[in-house]
Design a protein around this ligand. Structure first.
Ligand SMILES: Cc1ncc(COP(=O)(O)O)c(C=O)c1O
Length: 476
């Protein structure tokens, strides 16, 4: 779409901004609302905003107020203006902000990247896979759907988890993010409505936006999903696609129960929505207790695309993931994949196949390790930061902490000077809000986590004592 084709009129924008009369300064409330609409895709990028006088009339305010709001949006990277031609919405830095989070940080104690060290036995499995290569090197080395033995192992694991699955339903990919990007390629056209959780996994959100999706969010917290809102979103908005993380949701740790899974599948069917279900951390249960069967167990007509990965269970350095779908859709997805790459590494696939043969041992090891780390982190937080609130996650790699004050971004900056790197809440939100939250990964051993919390406590005290003037007035 060329610049200027998409417009929004004053009345519609005023309606989307909503009532803000109680907020001061008013121009900033308007500017924040518009930046939130751009960030969550409800006003797509490259949309021409109404003339200042039109929006002023629709909002019932002076033109100066709208001029100030547009100036703020321009200065903060949300508007691109041309003299006499108008103003178009854009994302700051081309929307690259969120991606920075997952650059591993070797200088500080890194609580921002939720990626554990490799499981025991990985090197041995890799060595034995090298020996096995002799059976493959005489061939072409391409396996567009994945090695048959790996597809078989992945399918068998679904069967064990209560979901009948044939190997033909598995397309091996280079990781969960690769799978999500391919699925969005297959399922989403520019302007399509896409439903995501807030907070959510930022790279999936980024990918949806880059596909030109109109993103709408539904709330989730450590205690679960706002089911009323979720049902309402399906019924009224009829999303083309919904991207959900029902198992130890990233970043809140929430686990969707079986009834809710059934309800989501039923609503998606009624609304004609395809579901991308990200199970990247589904195998990382920490506490014993029944984990519901995969959401796809409630699928009756092939609309659920399940994304899996070994990055968290085995190691992020093995770039192997998959999509579970119907055999015909696996073929279509493979055709989409070929625009980007042709096959996943054979050596990695052999190694993963070996380790999956021993999946219960691996799961038990991860579970023990994560329990020990999580319990060390929660004990240290209770001791050193008793005013922070959290729900202890029953699985996954991260804890979603709620601060008494909306200072997460400022605290993140101060914490770096104290040698620790947490992930501030706004990174996971579509609206740039969530300033009361921090995501803390517990992938490091207890002594490191204890040290990290000492440093966080010192950083928090410093943040409160000398509030850093970064965008404090902007938090809503
Ligand atoms: C929910 C979620 N999806 C996808 C990914 C990316 O996984 P992979 O390394 O397999 O691409 C992650 C990694 O943190 C994740 O937490």
């Amino acid at each position: 779409m060329s610049v200027g084709e998409r417009r929004i009129n004053g009345h519609l924008l005023a309606r989307l901004i909503g009532p803000r009369a109680h907020e001061r300064p008013y121009y900033l409330a308007v500017a924040r609302a518009v930046s939130g609409l751009v960030l969550d895709g409800r006003v797509p990028t490259r949309t021409r905003l109404p003339a200042e006088r039109d929006l002023a009339a629709a909002l019932g305010v002076s033109r100066n107020t709208v001029t100030a709001a547009y100036t703020w949006l321009r200065e903060n990277g949300y508007l691109d203006s041309r003299q006499g031609a108008g103003s178009w919405t854009v994302l700051p830095d081309g929307g690259a902000g969120a991606a920075a989070l997952f650059v591993p940080d070797a200088e500080h104690i890194d609580l921002g990247v939720a990626a554990p060290a490799a499981v025991e036995g990985l090197q041995e499995a890799a060595r034995r896979s090298v020996e096995q290569l002799s059976a493959h090197v005489g061939g072409q080395g391409y396996a567009p759907f994945g090695l048959p033995e790996l597809r078989h192992a992945v399918a068998r694991r679904y069967v064990e988890r209560g979901l009948p699955t044939a190997p033909e339903q598995i397309l091996v990919t280079n990781g969960a993010q690769h799978s999500v990007a391919m699925l969005l390629d297959l399922l989403v056209d520019p302007g399509d409505p896409v439903l995501v959780e807030t907070p959510t996994y930022p790279h999936a959100l980024d990918s949806a936006r880059r596909h030109g999706a109109r993103v709408r969010t539904v709330g989730v917290g450590p205690h679960g999903w706002d089911m009323e809102d979720l049902v309402d979103a399906f019924r009224r908005w009829r999303p083309k696609v919904a991207y959900l993380i029902p198992d130890f949701q990233n970043p809140t740790g929430a686990l969707m129960d079986d009834d809710e899974r059934a309800a989501v599948a039923a609503e998606a069917r009624r609304a004609g929505t395809s579901l991308i279900v990200d199970e990247s951390v589904a195998e990382l249960a920490i506490d014993s207790g029944d984990q519901p069967a995969p959401l796809a167990a409630h699928d009756t007509d092939g609309r659920v695309y399940t994304v899996g990965s070994v990055a968290k269970l085995l190691w992020g350095g093995l770039r192997i993931g998959w999509v579970r779908t119907t055999p015909p859709m696996a073929e279509r997805l493979m055709a989409v994949r070929q625009r980007h790459d042709l096959s996943s590494p054979i050596l990695d696939q052999l190694t993963v196949t070996r380790l999956l043969a021993d999946v219960m041992r691996v799961r038990a090891e991860r579970s023990r390790q994560l329990r020990r780390n999580r319990d060390a982190l929660t004990a240290a937080l209770r001791d050193r930061l008793p005013e922070w609130r959290f729900t202890t996650p029953s699985g996954g790699l991260v804890l979603w902490a709620e601060l008494p004050r909306p200072v997460a971004t400022a605290l993140g900056d101060v914490a770096l000077r104290h040698g620790v790197h947490p992930a501030p809440g706004p990174v996971f939100g579509a609206e740039g809000t969530l300033e009361r939250f921090l995501r803390l990964a517990y992938t490091q051993p207890p002594d490191v986590l204890g040290d990290a919390v000492d440093r966080l406590a010192a950083a928090y005290a410093e943040t409160l004592a000398r509030p850093v003037p970064v965008r404090r007035d902007l938090y809503v």
